[in-house]
Design a binder for this molecule. Structure first.
Ligand code: UDX
Length: 437
């Protein structure tokens, strides 16, 4: 039987899936309507920065196990499995925009698929979507839904070390063919209906987003009480029933997935006529959170008009150069609106469309030179390596607002800087003594 797999859509999920499947020994052909992206991938250049992906990409291109084409008929020819990883962004009403998925499905109707081909939807979609697509593709292919749980920046590692493999199917034969791709991984496989599998994806992301909004709300409370959210949430997270992951408070969740997926699930709940109180609250808390660091800056500086603010971090999280739905960009816009002049630096973002009035610096210390205060918006580990003394010499008014609780407050306070984190007690020395006592 053919070992060929076709991937339709080469964003970070499609790209990591293609390379991951090649790593597992399959022969993979990636297809995209974006010809420039395909040209880049053929040359070993990825559209997004992803850790550990360049070497296997080049290795599998060289061996021929992985190739990229712009001809769909050639891509699906003889492929036993066709995986759809096209984008499903938010529409203006918050529902998922399925136009790319529909276009890809229509395109599949116009090319000869291998007999008994299985089409696997991996894009995040509302429940019922795959059943509808299966109706469209009836007579051409069997259709299953198999969600991905890949984080940007670590997508290949997540692909090769999954917590679970979820397969939504109405055909055991199709599910078995798909699950066989991952036999080498020894991850638990959950076979369920397509609708259940679609919900598992949306609900997983909504729950992770809920944890973050919960952590942020508690951190804001801790700040008012002079408590330390780091210790509080660590103490809570040690309870195995709760778990410590995704409880790091900060500026809120950004990026192309969480907000869109929570909005999409809220639309589904609204359409179904059931309650969506929690889903709405997750979004409201997240929407309000970025303004808090701006308020902290304004309070500590006695206003923002005319202030120069060094901003460390533009990407929506560390490990990626993606600024899509990055809250850092929203915060830059707020700073400019309040009369401040932000000077931003991000180790991975070299070009970004910044709000008018912002400047890009070449490195972290250059951004800080002559600024009134520093604002940290992405948790890049390299920011921790900047010497507090060097920073203290450059900041005119000695204020550090750490929107990610990345830096070690004691080192900054020790050189005379004022440090404000998110839900971090103002006097870290007193707090650590209290904990030790
Ligand atoms: C997410 C899901 O984790 C992944 O399973 C899914 O398939 C795609 O969406 P991603 O958006 O790439 O992945 O990044 P993730 O690491 O989940 O972070 C999302 C946002 O939440 C980032 O802005 C991050 O900084 C923020 N975050 C994360 C927090 O603010 N606190 C946390 O504790 C964790």
């Amino acid at each position: 039987m053919s070992k060929k797999i076709c991937i339709v859509g080469t964003g970070y999920v499609g790209m990591a899936s293609a390379i991951g499947l090649a790593e597992l020994g399959w022969s993979v052909v990636g297809y995209d309507i974006m010809t420039e992206r395909i040209a880049g991938l053929r040359a070993g250049i990825t559209p997004y920065r992803e850790s550990g992906i360049d070497e296997p990409l080049r290795r599998h291109l060289a061996s021929g196990a992985l190739s990229f084409v712009t001809d769909l008929a050639a891509a699906v020819h003889d492929a036993r499995i066709v995986i759809l990883t096209v984008g499903t962004p938010s529409s203006s009403d918050g529902s998922a925009d399925l136009s790319a998925l529909r276009a890809a499905t229509d395109a599949l109707l116009r090319v000869p698929l291998a007999p008994s081909a299985v089409v696997v939807v991996r894009s995040t979609v509302p429940p019922g979507t795959t059943d509808a697509l299966a109706g469209v593709l009836a007579g051409h292919a069997r259709v299953i839904y198999a969600p991905e749980f890949l984080r940007e920046g670590t997508a290949l590692r997540d692909f090769l070390h999954p917590d679970r493999i979820v397969v939504g199917t109405e055909s055991v034969g199709a599910a078995t063919a798909y699950a066989a791709l991952f036999e080498a991984l020894e991850a638990p496989v959950l076979l369920t209906s397509r609708c259940n599998a679609e919900l598992i994806k949306g609900v997983s992301n909504a729950f992770l987003a809920l944890k973050i909004s919960f952590a942020n709300e508690i951190a804001n409370l801790c700040e008012e009480l002079g408590a330390d959210a780091g210790d509080v949430l660590r103490g809570v997270g040690y309870d195995r029933r709760i778990g410590g992951a995704f409880l790091a408070p900060g500026i809120g969740f950004g990026g192309p997935c969480f907000e869109k997926d929570v909005k999409s699930l809220r639309c589904v709940a609204e359409g179904a006529g059931t309650g969506y109180e929690l889903l709405g609250a997750v979004l409201r808390v997240n929407n309000a959170q970025p303004a808090r660091v701006v308020e902290t800056l304004a309070r500590e500086l006695g206003g923002l008009d005319g202030a120069t603010i060094a901003v460390w971090g533009l990407a929506f999280k560390a490990g990626t150069d993606d600024v899509r739905d990055s809250l850092a960009l929203r915060i830059l816009g707020d700073l400019v609106e309040r009369g401040a002049r932000p000077v931003a630096y991000d180790p991975a973002v070299r070009t970004a469309v910044l709000p008018k009035g912002c400047r890009l610096a070449a490195n972290a210390l250059e951004a800080a030179t002559g600024a009134d205060a520093l604002l940290v918006l992405t948790e890049w580990p390299s920011f921790r390596e900047v010497e507090p003394v060097a920073l203290a010499r450059r900041l005119r008014r000695g204020l550090v607002v750490d929107g990610r609780n990345l830096l070690d407050p004691e080192r900054f306070v020790a050189v005379g800087l004022r440090y404000r984190g998110v839900g971090r007690s103002v006097d870290p020395v007193q707090s650590s003594l209290a904990v030790a006592g």
